[in-house]
Design a protein around this ligand. Structure first.
Ligand code: SF4
Length: 453
């Protein structure tokens, strides 16, 4: 049995308690959001695609964790077998640490280890992850010619079938990994001791709860923090908020004493105390449309950003419009929904149709992180500029959080749910996605009416 893996090691670097809880109390984890689940799925889909760069390999992934010892043995045997040139998910174990390497590729008498990432760039965490894998491979005495990280090429433009050799870029991290070995060895020993503790280590909440990743145990560790604590404000950086908190300002009243009157932080705390939201109405009203428009359309656009480009002429993670929902007096029945769920190649047709429809309206109201153009009142930008605040937005300024803050009885769903429905290949899910787009439109309309009428 192993004590550490790649993911638990990375978790332990972020927080020792998170590592301990993952190993000993995984049932206390928070539920994954739809967006997080989609991210994991994307990572594994890209990993499988990367196998095509080195075809004909042996898949070493175990069907059950109980098979790990067997797979470790087989992996080591394959290293010495001249008939084996490529292994996928090869399993190695050293010093109670188990890793699965995405790609092992023979290079003469040696091997190249390649770790695949579904991102466009490499983050410091990926380098730490590579350094751990290198530590295990070295410990297993694997003759290594190189250790590489392979990620999606932001400049790749699809033309015809996917050219996997151009879709991915490889970067050698051998020198970095070699230079980090002492540091990795110290961390492995430290984290093994954490796993062996009889109880969870005492770790205070802090900025590490969201950095570099949002921890799975927020619900557990933050349960004693009142939902209207100033720790959920956004006007000050988190490290300053925690400094106040651990410096003796445990309550909102104590925090307020440290602030000048009428500053943004104080206004946010006031909103928390009254279980409401804050908005700077003076700024907000500068966006009031003049003259008052009679023909207003409410627009909701559904975008997808496929990691692997689906269509000719597109790049990895390039946005494409899967659907739009338009609610307005000029639409028969009051609304119109266009989509290309069953054939994404039609996505640009939708752009032309949308542009044409919008010319008949005096104002288009939307809520979108992207600018939707001329004669548009984008509530995402407008409310952001008017310093809209509610504790819900601490984790993201989304339509769901804003609408639920303003209308406490109005329950929305994660926007990502619609993307999942639209990509499901099922007619019933397509129908659900269209309905969900219109429900979001209802929220956009309610927000506009609330703030501007
Ligand atoms: S919520 Fe924070 S303190 Fe708790 S385990 Fe996660 S990172 Fe550590």
């Amino acid at each position: 049995m192993h004590l550490l893996s790649k993911s638990t090691y990375i978790k332990g670097l972020q927080c020792e308690k998170a590592l301990y809880m993952t190993k000993k109390h995984p049932y206390l984890r928070d539920r994954l959001s739809i967006e997080q689940r989609a991210k994991f799925q994307r990572g594994s889909d890209v990993g499988v695609l990367a196998h095509q760069c080195f075809p004909g390999g042996i898949d070493m992934s175990p069907s059950h964790p109980s098979q790990f010892p067997k797979k470790v043995k087989e992996t080591m045997e394959n290293l010495g077998n001249p008939d084996v040139n490529v292994m996928y998910e090869a399993v190695f174990q050293y010093n109670d640490t188990l890793i699965m390497v995405d790609l092992m590729v023979r290079a003469g008498q040696q091997w190249k280890a390649i770790e695949v990432k579904s991102s466009l760039r490499l983050s410091p965490t990926f380098y730490n992850d590579a350094a751990l894998q290198y530590y295990v491979l070295k410990g297993c005495q694997v003759p290594l010619a190189d250790f590489m990280l392979m990620h999606l090429n932001p400049d790749y433009v699809r033309q015809g079938d996917i050219d996997v050799d151009k879709l991915f870029v490889c970067v050698s991290v051998l020198d970095f990994a070699e230079a980090r070995q002492e540091w990795v060895a110290q961390n492995v020993e430290r984290l093994k001791q954490v796993v062996a503790l009889p109880h969870a280590p005492l770790v205070r909440i802090g900025t590490h709860c969201h950095d570099p990743y949002t921890c799975d145990f927020i619900g557990h560790c933050w349960k004693n923090i009142p939902s209207n604590s100033y720790l959920y404000t956004t006007a000050q950086p988190d490290d300053q908020l925690f400094e106040h908190y651990f410096g003796g300002a445990g309550t909102n009243a104590e925090f307020l004493k440290k602030l000048p009157p009428d500053c943004e932080e104080a206004r946010q705390v006031e909103a928390l105390e009254t279980h409401s939201y804050y908005i700077d109405y003076k700024t907000l009203y500068t966006f009031t449309p003049h003259p008052k428009p009679k023909k207003v359309a409410y627009l909701n656009i559904l975008l997808d950003r496929p990691a692997v480009p689906e269509l000719d002429g597109t790049r990895p993670y390039q946005e494409m419009m899967l659907a739009f929902a338009l609610t307005g007096p000029l639409e028969p029945g009051g609304h119109y929904v266009w989509d290309c769920f069953d054939d994404h190649s039609r996505w640009q047709e939708g752009l032309g149709l949308l542009a044409e429809k919008l010319t008949h309206y005096e104002l288009t109201v939307s809520f979108s992180p992207m600018n939707t153009g001329y004669k548009t009142l984008n509530l995402y930008e407008v409310l952001g500029q008017a310093a809209f605040y509610h504790p819900g937005i601490k984790t993201g300024f989304s339509l769901q959080h804003v609408a639920e803050a303003v209308f406490p009885n109005f329950k929305l769903f994660e926007h990502s749910r619609i993307v999942v429905e639209a990509l499901s290949n099922e007619l019933t899910s397509y129908e659900q996605a269209r309905n969900d787009l219109l429900i979001e439109n209802e929220a956009i309309e309610k927000l506009y009416q609330h703030f501007f009428k």
